[in-house]
Design a protein around this ligand. Structure first.
Ligand code: HEM
Length: 317
């Protein structure tokens, strides 16, 4: 039985987090530098874009009061940009198994920013997964860094961290996550995986194509480019609200939030209308928006440092 959204969520911030995030940055910086020396300045992760598009985010009318915060406060149409990407640090063939990213920037926003001052945009970052593969940011950063030295290094790192049985279990999950076939940006669902505030509430968001398309045999970047050239691509943006710590944990990103307990509520419609020339120099960052949508949980707190360092290194700050 669904319980309904609750404001009773809580973050658990460990005293050593800042030091851990600084160590993570030290580990990741040389990797980004090496890859940028090879490919030119670029993002530490999600380096290769599939497509950049512009369009609109239309906030729906008739939403319940608990959803009416931040960009969802009132029915209106925002201009928006999207950057679709491969998650890999390296530039590789689109056909290679990978996680896919869908970053959205809502423009023309005005309000108190999550990091202080005033926000002029609100970013939401999605991937084609339903839960995060790593238990915490240390494990994630180790996997990312070790992956530069191949699968045996990743396996060894996971076993060292989780023991033989636990490590192999995580390796299996990671392999299944990355190798899951991708049917395309016009057919899959994308999720923020980690929560953020919606005023006094907490939620995760997901994007689902309104009319999921049949997967084509084409390269997925060509596929989405051709589709947008032919007709706008429309997605429902739904929020899944925090109900309780067991069902919708704030600090454990490995748990998918069950739809029967936290039913997705469609609050907006994202329409991609045309290809955009270039968004490579822009920042898409979960911390770049409103205080009303402040990122929550350890993974999100780690991302504050990681995105800052990556943006700085690629000259976007
Ligand atoms: C909840 C899980 C996560 C999601 C949904 C996610 C999603 C994304 C997406 C969609 C992008 C591409 C943004 C763009 O197109 O400009 C991105 C970039 C990036 N991600 Fe994540 N990510 C997650 C977790 C993490 C974690 C845990 C870290 C590191 C601790 C991380 C580090 C990065 C970095 C460094 C970039 C490049 C930032 C830049 O230079 O613009 N991500 N992520």
């Amino acid at each position: 039985m669904a319980q309904g959204p609750s404001t009773d969520w809580r973050e658990r911030i460990a005293p050593d987090e800042e030091a851990r995030f600084a160590r993570q940055a030290e580990k990741l910086a040389p990797m980004q530098a090496a890859l940028s020396a090879r490919y030119g300045p670029g993002r530490l992760l999600h380096r290769k874009p599939a497509l950049a598009a512009r369009g609109t985010l239309e906030i729906l009318d008739g939403l319940p009061d608990y959803a009416r915060h931040g960009v969802f406060a009132a029915p209106r149409v925002f201009e928006a940009l999207a950057r679709l990407s491969n998650a890999a640090a390296a530039v590789q063939l689109n056909a290679k198994p990978d996680i896919r990213g869908f970053a959205v920037k809502v423009l023309g926003v005005a309000g108190a920013a999550a990091l202080g001052g005033t926000a002029e945009a609100q970013d939401f970052l999605f991937v084609n997964q339903t839960s995060f593969g790593a238990r915490d940011s240390d494990e994630f950063v180790d996997v990312v860094a070790d992956s530069q030295r191949g699968l045996p290094a990743v396996a060894l790192g996971l076993v060292r961290r989780n023991g033989l049985v636990g490590g192999l279990r995580r390796l299996k999950r990671l392999a299944a996550t990355v190798s899951r076939p991708f049917s395309g940006f016009a057919s899959e669902t994308f999720d923020t995986l980690s929560p953020f505030t919606v005023g006094p509430y907490a939620a995760r968001a997901r994007l689902t194509p309104l009319k999921p398309a049949q997967a084509g045999a084409k390269d997925y970047a060509d596929d989405v480019r051709d589709r947008i050239a032919a007709a706008p691509l429309v997605y429902g943006l739904a929020l899944q609200f925090f109900v309780d710590e067991a069902t919708t944990p704030i600090e454990d990103p490995t748990v998918a939030w069950a739809e029967d307990r936290a039913p997705p509520l469609v609050v907006a419609r994202l329409t991609l209308k045309a290809e955009e020339a270039d968004v490579e120099g822009l920042r898409f960052d979960p911390w770049g928006g409103l205080a009303d949508h402040r990122p929550l949980g350890e993974i999100m707190r780690a991302r504050k440092a990681a995105y800052f360092h990556s943006q700085k290194a690629r000259g976007a700050l």
